[in-house]
Design a protein around this ligand. Structure first.
Ligand SMILES: C[S@@+](CC[C@H](N)C(=O)[O-])C[C@H]1O[C@@H](n2cnc3c(N)ncnc32)[C@H](O)[C@@H]1O
Length: 309
């Protein structure tokens, strides 16, 4: 079932070092890889954990789950669900959480998944193909205003309005869009200025992918969940690939790494900070040269402070 397409793991050593950083050699405890993908980070984490260590991985994608079943290590388990479900782990029970956000190369490079304007295929873009609506199904009935908002907010696309109108006009004239090539052609006709080196459909595809997978909402929920499941000293390591994701991670860490005073109780002691920001790391020039998909990656590392309430 799994395609032969490969995924080159981004920031492999850096992420695993940051995650296990303070834990010493062969650590025990429960660790989370929230985005299994093809298991690059997971396999490396398992190599470094001791016999009492456990790794719980998540992925929405059935092909990633299939790949995970090849790992027979008893210290490993995989959950086929969105990573917001890490909230279901016991409070204070987790030694570290890693998130390597976005899509894997096999997802982008499979025409049948509909993630890329570079290949013609069904207009799907769901990470979890076993549930939810595809992009084609959503675009078949969504209001023009909703479509414009999604493309503007998640794609930061100046021509969101004209693109949304063109999608609805085409739907009314010739029926709904069904393929990536149909959408890419339609967007190319509606985008009036070109960004050098960028396909005019780039922003629209990014926006629809983020929306249909509820990527930013789920990221926010998973970050909140990590605060309750991480034990004191536990690390949160997040690799993001575009500014909308990185902004959420950066603001989340900033918000929880300062003392908060309650304005209604000015003499009460401040709420203690829950995170310490440790690092912001980008891939080396050598990594970007070897794997161009690493070029926009930013990894942020924070550490849980006090015990959960
Ligand atoms: C960049 S890849 C991870 C690659 C992985 N670190 C590796 O080395 O093979 C991102 C993976 O996370 C999954 N994913 C993205 N958002 C998710 C979410 N909210 N919940 C669960 N899985 C998610 C995608 O399906 C994809 O397989």
């Amino acid at each position: 079932m799994t395609s032969d397409l490969q995924h080159t793991t981004v920031l492999l050593d850096e992420a695993v070092d940051a995650l296990l950083g303070g834990a010493g050699a062969a650590p025990a405890g429960t660790w989370v890889d929230a985005t299994f993908g093809r298991g690059g980070h997971s396999r490396r984490i398992l190599l470094r954990l001791g016999p009492q260590g456990h790794l719980v991985a998540f992925d929405k994608d059935p092909e990633a789950i299939h790949e995970a079943t090849r790992i027979t290590d008893a210290r490993f388990s995989i959950r086929h669900e969105g990573f917001r479900h890490l909230a279901e782990l016991p409070a204070g029970s987790v030694a570290g959480v890693l998130m390597d956000l976005g899509v894997s190369s096999p997802q982008i490079d499979s025409p049948g998944r509909g993630f890329s304007f570079r290949f013609d295929g069904p207009l799907d873009m769901r990470m979890d193909t076993t549930r939810g609506e595809s992009v084609a199904q959503w675009l078949a009935t969504a209001e023009v205003q909703q479509i414009a908002e999604v493309i503007r907010d998640y794609g930061e696309e100046r021509f969101a309005g004209p693109i949304a109108k063109a999608i609805v006009a085409r739907r009314e004239e010739r029926g709904p869009l069904a393929t990536t090539a149909e959408l890419a052609d339609l967007v190319a006709g509606a985008v009036k200025t070109r960004e050098p080196g960028q396909n005019p459909a780039t922003r629209t595809f990014q926006a629809l992918r983020i929306f249909i997978n509820a990527e930013l909402e789920e990221l926010q929920q998973a970050l909140e969940a990590s605060l309750s499941v991480l034990q004191p000293g536990g690390r949160l390591v997040v690799i993001s690939f575009h500014s909308l994701e990185d902004r959420i991670v950066k603001q989340f860490i900033a918000q929880h790494s300062k003392e908060v005073y309650d304005r209604r109780a000015p003499f009460a002691p401040p709420k203690v900070m829950k995170l310490v920001a440790l690092d912001r790391i980008k891939p080396s020039a050598a990594e970007v040269a070897a794997n161009p998909r690493a070029r926009s990656a930013i990894m942020r590392v924070a550490e849980r402070t006090e015990a959960p309430a």
